[in-house]
Ligand binder design. Structure first.
Ligand code: 4NP
Length: 150
């Protein structure tokens, strides 16, 4: 099973999603993350994401950012998007219904329904915003991992 987590830059939210989901899933799961923009390609995650993850015992410092490609929509089984604008961008890349069905919001995949289905972009915020995002992603990842394993 191959899981892809997507945000805008692939330096703040989706690296956390990748690291946290990986920590909750069996070894035979592949978990990767990408961004919809290529601006940060090749860079490490944001220092604040690295620090927050480290505080929770997860090392995301070896990750490197890359932009999503059309091949990703073919190769991954589930594609989880951090917010609606990312979701719209990824959906617009899908070439058929089979690909569209793989794509969902990260929080919806965790079973959230209603209005708060987006993980907010913490890039312009402070460490507390990163911690808040970490908690949202951590809680959702537990639920997603449980669903994927069952
Ligand atoms: P991310 O956060 O999508 O969670 O990685 C952002 C990172 C960079 C930018 C925006 C959001 N940026 O505008 O460069």
């Amino acid at each position: 099973m191959k899981i892809l987590v997507v945000c805008l830059g692939n330096i703040c939210r989706s690296p956390l999603g990748e690291g946290i989901l990986k920590s909750k899933l069996p070894e035979n799961f592949v978990v990767d993350s990408v961004g919809t923009i290529s601006m940060h390609e090749g860079k490490k995650p944001d220092e604040r994401s690295i620090e927050i993850a480290k505080n929770h015992g997860i090392d995301i410092s070896k990750q490197r950012a890359r932009p999503i490609t059309k091949a990703d929509l073919e190769n991954f089984d589930h594609i989880y998007c951090m917010d609606l604008s990312v979701y719209e961008d990824v959906i617009s890349m899908a070439k058929n219904e089979e690909q569209r069905k793989k794509i969902s919001l990260f929080l919806e995949a965790a079973g959230n329904n209603g209005e708060n289905n987006e993980v907010p972009d913490p890039y312009w915020g402070n460490l507390a915003d990163f911690e808040n995002v970490y908690q949202m992603i951590d809680e959702a990842s537990s639920k997603i991992a449980q669903k994927l394993v069952n």
